[in-house]
Ligand binder design. Structure first.
Ligand code: ZN
Length: 123
């Protein structure tokens, strides 16, 4: 499920413009599915690396442990950031920046057309 939230786009001079943040929200069911997929992938890798000589002493236990650890991290992820759009307070151009899904606001990034440093934050 996608959601749009109002945010503020701020530059280092403290000027702000209104912007929109796009977020994907995961339901409880989707979080379970995402977590189990990650667990299956890690354990599949553990099984696949079982046949690599010497390296399997490290890889197999590594992937076995990484399975539940990454699955729990996935399960705790209730939302992922998609993009932020609005007007850059420095150059005045309309822009959209793609965001790291794991990122959290407030964060510093760059305006897409002219690379001005901008800060995204909730109002
Ligand atoms: Zn700009």
């Amino acid at each position: 499920m996608a959601e749009e939230r109002p945010i503020l786009i701020e530059n280092d001079a403290g000027e702000t413009r209104a912007g929109t943040l796009r977020v994907t929200l995961f339901s409880r069911r989707e979080r379970w599915v995402r977590a189990l997929k990650m667990l299956a992938l890690m354990w599949l890798l553990a099984a696949a690396t079982l046949f690599i000589p010497v390296a399997h002493f490290v890889l197999v236990p590594g992937f076995l442990i990484a399975g539940p650890v990454t699955a729990v991290m996935r399960f705790r992820t209730g939302e992922s950031l998609e993009s932020a759009s609005g007007q850059c307070p420095t150059c005045g151009k309309a822009m959209t920046v793609s965001l790291d899904p794991a990122a959290r606001l407030p964060l510093w990034t760059y305006c897409a057309p002219t690379n001005d440093p901008i800060r995204l934050r909730y109002p």
